[in-house]
Design a protein around this ligand. Structure first.
Ligand SMILES: [Zn+2]
Length: 496
């Protein structure tokens, strides 16, 4: 490689030249070559002590937010307190282990964490190569829906982004942000994400703008800011990391500990490598099937000349097997409606696949404007079925109640009022079958669970809504967990 000092001087003056304005561009910049990206990377790695880093673990605490779990569609993600956070990255193995302990900092919104004031949620998320999984106690559980975000998070660390830029043959340029001039490195990790790293005058990575595919939002933007760089035995690492995702804050971390080249030893377990989505079909009534077999369920309802599917959760890999089962169980009838219980991303990640098959999305009137907009988001990084279909989504908004009927079977869609979990929260009721379908308002515990000392506020709210709507319910088909008799819910709220 050429001696880098002259080229970097060139890079810096090229950046300054472009930043100074078009007159100078015309007079001077045109004769200058753009900076050599390899040299830019080498200079940054030298300044940040990154060239020899194989593994790195950073830890800290701060605040964050639960992505995709807003109470009201289109507003900021619900705030959380991050009492502890660590990320161990292993660049040669493309592996990561991220641990966090989080609790709610505001009462409303979704997510698997306990209600406000009722404790912490501890998570361990893993990545190696093209496998993502979570540790639930000692047990690995495949988490394919998390794969894109984890690949993104591994390679948008301060040193990781330089390695990814080198591997993906980044192009170098320059940009002004808030009056400061940066040398930029722009690259694409094919099918996974695009990024632009901003290198400041001290050759430190100060900011990363990125875009990753998402099953609900399509191409989703992040901005990560690194500040307060400190020296850790020759390796420079930021003291503060702030990130936005999908337009609002997701993490603000104060880094308290950095360890370099620690043992990592992260390998995807065989169970995770062999994982395939599967659907466990249980007939709930004539023409009504409970489609379980994963962390989230769907319910298929056969009508005279079409099918109705309640919920397409997670991501297109899940909806592909669910829709295959729909075609098997109700052959020859088109899927006319897909009903979404609520807009939280874990419940909505397969909607685009169902819409691509021609289904009308039935959602709350509250969520309809957000869905109308979100369904048209660009989906360029890894085009999905809807992007490929060229279809426009048809979204029907329900306020308070909507009845679907074919003259024989009746399907009622009711809005759940007064929930802290979500606005535009829908449940589905089959009056003839006395079946209620709901998600996240009540998830049954293990069989014969005793009543909790303090009933869960969401369970109490669901019972109130059943009673206000005078629904006669015998069985609940929950969108998480197992089918239960309504007595299980009543026990949970202390009625029996
Ligand atoms: Zn939810």
């Amino acid at each position: 490689m050429h001696t880098s000092s002259r080229l970097v001087t060139t890079a810096a003056s090229w950046a300054a030249c472009l930043a100074a304005g078009s007159l100078l561009v015309l007079s001077g910049c045109a004769s200058m070559a753009p900076p050599d990206p390899v040299v830019v990377i080498q200079r940054a790695e030298a300044a940040m002590g990154g060239a020899d880093i194989q593994t790195l673990r950073f830890a800290g605490s701060g605040t964050g937010a639960t992505f995709g779990q807003a109470w009201q569609p289109g507003t900021a993600w619900p705030k959380i307190t991050v009492s502890s956070f660590s990320r161990l990255v292993d660049y040669p193995s493309a592996a990561m282990r991220q641990e966090a302990a989080v609790s709610r900092a505001e009462p409303s919104g979704g997510g698997a964490l306990p209600l406000m004031g009722l404790g912490e949620q501890r998570t361990v998320g893993m990545l190696q190569g093209n496998w993502a999984w979570n540790m639930v106690g000692p047990a690995p559980v495949a988490a394919p829906v998390a794969l894109d975000a984890r690949i993104h998070d591994l390679w948008t660390t301060p040193h990781g982004v330089l390695k990814a830029a080198l591997k993906n043959k980044a192009t170098a340029g320059s940009r002004m942000v808030d009056g400061k001039s940066y040398t930029t490195l722009a690259f694409t990790e094919p099918g996974r994400f695009e990024a632009t790293a901003y290198i400041n005058a001290d050759n430190l990575v100060e900011r990363i703008d990125s875009r990753q595919p998402h099953p609900v939002m399509g191409d989703t933007d992040s901005v990560i800011n690194f500040s307060g760089y400190r020296d850790h035995g020759g390796v420079k690492f930021p003291g503060r990391i702030r990130q936005t995702m999908g337009g609002s804050d997701i993490l603000d971390l104060q880094v308290s500990e950095v360890l370099v080249n620690v043992a990592a030893d992260i390998a995807a377990p065989e169970l995770v490598r062999q994982f395939a989505e599967r659907v466990a079909v249980e007939k709930a009534a004539d023409g009504v099937w409970f489609l379980a077999g994963g962390s989230h369920n769907s319910v298929l309802i056969e009508m005279k000349d079409h099918a109705v599917l309640v919920e397409t959760p997670l991501y297109d890999g899940r909806s592909a097997v669910v829709l295959a089962e729909v075609r098997k169980l109700v052959p020859g009838k088109p899927l006319r409606y897909v009903v979404n219980s609520h807009h939280h991303f874990d419940h909505a990640g397969g909607l685009r696949t169902a819409v691509a098959e021609g289904a009308t999305l039935v959602t709350s009137a509250n969520a309809k404007p957000w869905w109308d907009k979100t369904m048209t988001n660009a989906n360029r990084i890894r085009p999905d079925a809807l992007a490929r279909s060229g279809r426009n989504a048809i979204v029907e908004g329900v306020s308070s109640k909507r009845v679907l009927t074919d003259g024989v079977r009746t399907v009622e869609i009711h809005e759940i009022q007064g929930s802290v979990h979500a606005q535009g929260f829908m449940m589905v009721y089959l009056p003839a079958e006395k079946i209620l379908i709901e998600g996240d308002a009540y998830t049954p515990g293990p069989p014969n669970s005793p009543a909790p000392a303090q009933p869960n506020a969401n369970h109490v709210n669901l019972v109130q809504n059943i009673e206000q709507n005078k629904l006669v319910v015998e069985r609940i088909l929950p969108l998480h967990g197992r089918m239960v008799a309504v007595g299980d819910l009543m026990t949970a709220v202390g009625r029996k």
